[in-house]
Design a protein around this ligand. Structure first.
Ligand SMILES: *Cc1c(COP(=O)(O)O)cnc(C)c1O
Length: 415
């Protein structure tokens, strides 16, 4: 049943439960570091490669710090994420600020930190200049619209709210230059959870062509292209992991063909992945509290959609193991549900699982990115703790669980 291995066993989890009530998240430090190193190694051919970890995926300081140790920057999308990155010692051009419908207070913080500011719209060239001033280095997000097809989560570029059209880019760089910008970058993000390596090579080629056209028409030199995040992970059993080596060598081949020796050479390549870096290496551990037998069979756990909303929000598949029964035969078909008053509060629908007893622990896989961070408080639910399984085998609490005091802190209620 389970082709997935866990970096912890029942004995460790039993010990953890003496200190931490379920549900909790646990992340595997060694695996995250290995993934970071493998990504950097795959792009070592590149004149100046940098990965800016998408903070929104796992905005927890201990995670950002360990990624900074591996040489990653931070891709921030809001004021709070900028503050977290700065707190973790990731600052200046190690921060990429990619936001949309952005408020001036967010731009002000990004400028104060010296972050690379990536504008989402032509009108923001003036908005930025008028509210906080035009920085020396400016980047624009490109939306290819009908020139490119998208994928399930992010949708068709033409329907997406993000970015500049191609024509607007030419106008935007010329305008930014007049307003004092002297250094330029180009960004795009057209996929989410994409598992086809060709997609990323095509994205690189799309930007390489634009860099050359911008140079030819405007005489400006683009210093870097940021291909965005969106590299996928195999959530479903049987899916193949994205071959990062193939992505990197495909992009290298395109670079050599299109950029090497041209006016655009050397061109830095940036990525801003979140999901591939932490996604497979974070687990949500939750206890089975109830079983229910009506028109369907239900297994009720003590986590709910407020702890992990991807299944409810996107119908996303998350693999589930029953701790200690990893090799047991799947003999029943159940829905694994939380306790929200919403019928989409289900971690799994019609899932084949082994026989489950009340008190069993379910481990929800691939929850390390866009998991805890998407949490919310509907139905008065509290966000869980996050734990880090360190390389030396010890476990550290890197975010405490919310308490009722936290929940009531913004209203006049005392628990
Ligand atoms: C969400 C997001 C990312 C990260 O996406 P992943 O799927 O986690 O790799 C990167 N860049 C931008 C602009 C994003 O919105």
């Amino acid at each position: 049943m389970s082709e997935r291995t866990l970096p912890f066993d029942s004995a460790l989890v039993a010990k953890l439960r003496e200190r931490f009530p379920t549900p909790f998240y646990i992340y595997d430090e060694a695996a995250i570091r290995k993934c970071a190193r493998d990504l950097i190694a795959a792009f070592s051919w590149c004149p100046d490669f940098k990965e800016y970890f998408a903070v929104k995926a796992t905005p927890t300081p201990a995670i950002l710090k360990l990624l900074a140790e591996e040489g990653f920057g931070a891709d921030c999308s809001s004021l709070a994420e900028l503050i977290i990155s700065d707190h973790c010692g990731v600052t200046g051009e190690d921060i990429m600020f990619t936001s949309n419908n952005t408020m001036s207070k967010d731009y002000a913080k990004a400028k104060e930190l010296g972050a690379v500011i990536n504008l989402d719209d032509l009108s923001h060239v003036d908005y930025l200049a008028e509210t906080v001033g035009m920085p020396e280095l400016i980047c624009f997000r490109y939306n290819p619209g009908p020139l490119r097809t998208g994928n399930a989560i992010i949708g068709e570029p033409q329907e997406a709210k993000y970015g500049f059209t191609r024509e607007q880019l030419f106008e935007g760089y010329a305008k930014a230059q007049k307003l004092g910008a002297t250094r330029f970058g180009l960004h795009t993000m057209v996929a989410s959870n994409e598992l086809n390596p060709k997609f990323f090579v095509e994205t690189a080629e799309m930007l390489f062509e634009l860099v050359l056209a911008l140079h030819e028409k405007l005489g400006i030199r683009i210093e870097f292209v940021n291909l965005g995040g969106g590299m996928g992970i195999p959530y479903r059993p049987g899916e193949e992991a994205l071959p990062i080596g193939e992505v990197a060598s495909g992009i290298k081949e395109s670079y050599e063909r299109m950029i090497a020796g041209s006016a655009a050479d050397p061109l830095k390549i940036y990525l801003e992945n979140g999901r591939i870096i932490t996604g497979p290496y974070g687990y949500l551990v939750t206890e089975v509290v109830h079983k229910k037998d009506i028109y369907k069979q239900y297994v009720g756990v003590d986590a709910c959609m407020a702890n992990l909303m991807r299944p409810g929000m996107y119908g996303a598949y998350h693999h589930i193991s029953i701790l200690g029964k990893e090799d047991a035969e799947a003999t029943q078909v159940v829905d694994v549900v939380g306790s929200l008053c919403e019928n989409n509060d289900k971690f799994a629908i019609n899932r084949k699982l082994p026989e489950i007893e009340i008190g069993d622990l379910a481990v929800i896989h691939d929850a390390g990115a866009h998991g805890h961070s998407m949490g919310f408080q509907y139905n008065g639910k509290l966000r869980s703790a996050e734990l880090l399984l360190k390389e030396d085998g010890t476990v550290e609490e890197i975010r405490r669980a919310e308490t009722l005091e936290d929940y009531f802190a913004t209203i006049e209620v005392t628990p």
